[in-house]
Design a binder for this molecule. Structure first.
Ligand code: PLP
Ligand code: TYF
Length: 400
């Protein structure tokens, strides 16, 4: 029956981990997948999360189904975290929101909703490059996928002119996806002034902006600062969509907890949108998982746990920044690399887009047991003070 099913390729990001696991070399490093590791290279469960879990356990709560749109307290607090405690859109009850299966599920719900109800287009434009999963998510949602210029290979920074020009030239009312902060894979975000320009073009052209916020807190270490672009767009009257994930900033990867939301013009509109989100979600997975939402709700609703979380997010962001500095230092000062490595410290968030060419990436893996995606992206979160020098030495060896 299944003889006609062709063997598919491994996932470009998750496939890296499979190759890493098969390597027996003691020096091996996995810089592929974007998952935070502590300075001993170990997965890190936040202490605010451990405490929240303990409290939840002590309450002996039931395991009843959530409603279709999830845990109401969680959704409300998560929305406040994203849009800001003083958000007029929230105060005016015009944000339609639902719990989602982390960020991926939120993007998919958003894609499905836009594909059904966005009246002007069935195409979404992504930055070049973007997270590898964006294209299949939106294609499978029934949208066509297009691109706008984003990254400038010659400067390893933002191509703001190309980006603005492309946004200007898209058909009016286009759907554009933006990374809210800590762009994956490039680690390059617009500055506040550049966000202003982007917002203006999007407004002028009546585009619709879908924000993907998978790293709130990871870019600057501050959750409010990292939400600035989203909040600024909303305050300027954009009716944005938002995918929000707690995978990285609360270390809840496998719990699959996030939200999808859509800023509407009125409460009436919000109610209609929510009714359609329910109709869309019910045949997909009926209702979302309970545990992660309870954990996040606990952390966000308790002021002690919340403060602890903020400092733990900052701790993760700071460790990443210190690894960037150490990597560049070793390359330039210890190994005397003649290349410009400023982008290692200029870029932000979990990733560095090294600029390594495919043959250099291959050598790095084959000869030095350093695993990364083919595009030259490294997850800084996978570096520790024990192996940063080995990594610098290996990068130097393949770029000499
Ligand atoms: N969007 C971006 C840009 C990401 O990098 C990720 C995860 O790496 C996600 C969304 C979704 O992740 P998750 O589904 O684990 O929340
Ligand atoms: O490293 C990245 O860019 C992500 C990580 O369900 C990831 O692809 C891994 C698993 C998953 C979502 C994201």
């Amino acid at each position: 029956t299944w003889a006609q099913v062709p063997q598919g390729p491994p996932d470009p990001i998750l496939g890296v981990t499979e190759a890493f696991r098969a390597d027996r070399d003691p020096c091996k490093m996995n810089l592929g997948v974007g998952a935070y590791r502590d300075n001993d290279g170990k997965p890190y469960v936040l202490s605010c999360v451990r405490k929240a879990e303990k409290r939840l356990l002590d309450k002996s709560m039931d395991k009843e189904y959530l409603g279709i749109t999830g845990h109401p307290g969680f959704v409300q607090r998560a929305s406040k975290l994203a849009y800001g405690a003083d958000s007029p859109a929230l105060a005016e009850s015009r944000v339609a929101a639902t719990q989602s299966i982390s960020g991926t599920g939120a993007l998919r719900i958003g894609g499905e909703f836009l594909s059904r109800y966005y009246p002007y287009a069935k195409k979404i434009y992504l930055p070049t490059p973007s997270w590898g999963n964006h294209t299949p998510i939106f294609r499978d949602s029934g949208l066509e996928v297009g691109q706008y210029r984003y990254f400038d290979k010659t400067t390893n920074g933002l191509n703001i002119d190309g980006m603005l020009e492309d946004l200007q030239n898209l058909p009016a009312n286009s759907i554009v996806l933006m990374h809210a902060c800590a762009h994956n894979p490039t680690g390059v975000d617009p500055t506040a002034e550049q966000w202003d320009q982007i917002s203006q073009v999007i407004k002028d052209r009546d585009h619709f902006c879908f924000f993907d916020m998978a790293y709130q807190g990871f870019a600057s270490g501050n959750v409010d600062r990292d939400a600035q672009a989203v909040r600024q767009f909303v305050s300027r009257g954009h009716y944005v969509a938002l995918s929000q994930s707690f995978a990285k900033n609360m270390g809840l990867y496998g719990e699959r907890v996030g939200t999808f939301s859509l800023v509407c013009q009125s409460t009436e509109e919000m109610k209609a949108v929510e009714s359609q989100l329910k109709i869309l979600i019910r045949p997909l997975y009926s209702n979302p998982p309970l545990n992660g939402a309870r954990i996040v709700n606990q952390v966000l609703s308790d002021s002690t746990l919340y403060s602890e979380w903020l400092s733990e997010v900052k701790g993760m962001a700071d460790r990443i920044i210190s690894m960037r500095t150490a990597l560049k230092d070793h390359l330039v000062n210890d190994f005397g690399s003649q290349h410009n490595w400023d982008h290692i410290t200029n870029q932000i968030g979990m990733f560095c887009y090294t600029g390594l060419k495919p043959d250099q990436v291959e050598k790095l893996t084959k000869e030095h047991h350093v695993y990364l995606t083919k595009d030259g992206r490294i997850s800084i979160a996978g570096i520790s003070s024990r192996n940063v020098e080995y990594l610098a030495q290996s990068i130097h060896a393949v770029t000499k």
